[in-house]
Write a new protein. Structure first.
Length: 364
């Protein structure tokens, strides 16, 4: 029998997805491994599509034996299929959501490319053209909300613009690969097979990216661990364990790192939090969240200099240099850190003061 907790999780998965995703700036986004995996996947996916799109007419004439007029009609059919793909995958995305939609798209693309190796009659060729156009049209429709889901809404336009570079790279590489195979073999077969291989590679990268980002399972696991943690004091340990297990299964999910870190802080396990921050790989030291965790943990442990140091770095990351200098001055004044920590604070304080003096002089 389905529990109340299970029903709440199912009903709120998509809303939590939109509300809890961290907003990555462009600089923060490029520091995440999932960005580079997505970019490479976008290149592969577009290369696979453009290998066919740019050669529809010559393939129709040379492989299928059609006239130039009929070949032009095939190009028009592909364009219409592309348009239908943009509309159709909008509905498909609403049903299957992001990752499954991407996988379906690349499966259609890969299968249609393999079908093209056997396309010698016009009706069969048109079926292949429709499938290729439909899947290629859906790519941009599906990919855009995926970027928003993974990297947040605040900097979405510039983030998507950067990832969209992959479209240009794929469009540049794809036709050249297809032309090379035709020039060396006199056939398009190897180009089709190469395109199918790129589609398979894109599917593999999609699975990797999903694991890195955590996907909807990360949303569910985060909600589940928080609900258990907050249900009663007796369940806090279980909630922490759920959050820890989820983070270990998706070690590169920033969302799950933040969730586990937050629960450790709320449960006053400050040393565990500090050890966890040193071990994890999803959250960079040059992020506000990382420094905020450090500052709160060090403050609770009575390490005044290190607490002010972390808060100062947090302000610096936010562009609040004066506030950062004030915090590092307090860290220097407290002087309760070891030699290395105090030397680090002194050097950082000199650097920020020098930058502040420089800006002040040149602003007058």
């Amino acid at each position: 029998m389905e529990s109340v907790l299970d029903r709440v999780i199912k009903q709120n998965t998509e809303n939590v997805n939109l509300l809890k995703t961290k907003d990555y700036s462009m600089g923060e986004m490029v520091k995440t491994p999932v960005f580079w995996v997505l970019l490479l996947m976008f290149i592969f996916a577009n290369a696979a599509g453009t290998m066919m799109v740019s050669f529809t007419s010559p393939i129709a004439q040379r492989q299928v034996g059609q006239t130039a007029m009929t070949a032009a009609l095939c190009v028009s059919i592909m364009t219409l299929a592309n348009m239908c793909g943009r509309i159709g995958f909008g509905f498909i995305y609403d049903i299957l959501k992001g990752w499954k939609s991407l996988i379906l798209l690349m499966v259609i693309n890969g299968v249609s490319m393999l079908m093209l190796t056997q396309a010698t009659t016009l009706p069969f060729f048109i079926v292949c053209v429709v499938l290729v156009g439909f899947s290629f049209g859906g790519l941009l429709v599906v990919f855009a909300p995926m970027v928003r889901m993974i990297f947040g809404s605040r900097f979405y336009n510039r983030n998507y613009g950067l990832i969209f570079i992959g479209y240009g790279i794929g469009a540049f590489v794809g036709p050249k690969i297809s032309a090379y195979f035709y020039d060396t073999t006199g056939q398009y077969t190897l180009g089709f097979i190469g395109s199918a291989i790129l589609a398979v590679a894109a599917i593999v990268l999609i699975v990797i990216a999903q694991k890195m980002a955590g996907g909807n399972s990360a949303i569910i696991n985060k909600l589940h661990s928080n609900l258990v943690f907050e249900s009663s004091p007796a369940n806090r340990a279980r909630g922490l364990q759920l959050a820890k297990s989820a983070q270990q299964k998706s070690p590169l999910s920033t969302m799950l790192v933040l969730n586990y870190g937050d629960l450790l802080l709320r449960d006053k396990k400050y040393n565990d939090l500090l050890n966890f921050l040193r071990r994890q790989h999803a959250l960079s030291k040059s992020t506000v969240e990382y420094q905020s965790f450090l500052g709160q943990a060090y403050e609770a442990l009575g390490k005044v200099s290190q607490s002010h140091q972390a808060i100062g770095e947090m302000y610096a990351l936010q562009g609040q240099r004066v506030a950062a200098i004030q915090q590092l001055s307090l860290a220097q004044k407290a002087n309760d850190g070891d030699f290395y920590t105090m030397s680090e604070i002194d050097a950082r304080l000199r650097e920020l003061r020098r930058d502040e003096d420089f800006d002040r002089k040149h602003s007058n």
